[in-house]
Design a protein around this ligand. Structure first.
Ligand code: ZN
Length: 88
């Protein structure tokens, strides 16, 4: 489902938070500065045309999954140590 993003760069628009200037482009090609008011690149925000808002939900889900996985790993670590001691 995310495969399209690999073939095609995410298209959208860069919006200048200083003056509201909007430039079409792709997420990987951040303008060096705003051509309108010369604000630095950090003042430019990228807005994707495709999944408006959906990307944020996906990121939150991934974070929750990561937390659960780390907890399980800790439990497994403890178990391994105990087992090795019993063997010796
Ligand atoms: Zn600007």
């Amino acid at each position: 489902m995310v495969q399209l993003n690999k073939a095609l760069p995410t298209t959208g628009e860069w919006e200048c938070m200083e003056c509201g200037y909007i430039e079409e482009g792709s997420e990987s090609r951040r303008p060096l500065k705003c051509p309108e008011c010369s604000a630095p690149a950090s003042a430019l925000e990228f807005f994707s045309y495709e999944d408006e808002g959906e990307e944020w939900d996906r990121t939150e889900d991934e974070n929750e999954l990561d937390d659960d996985y780390e907890d399980e790993e800790d439990e497994f670590d403890d178990y391994d140590e105990d087992a090795e001691e019993d063997d010796r």
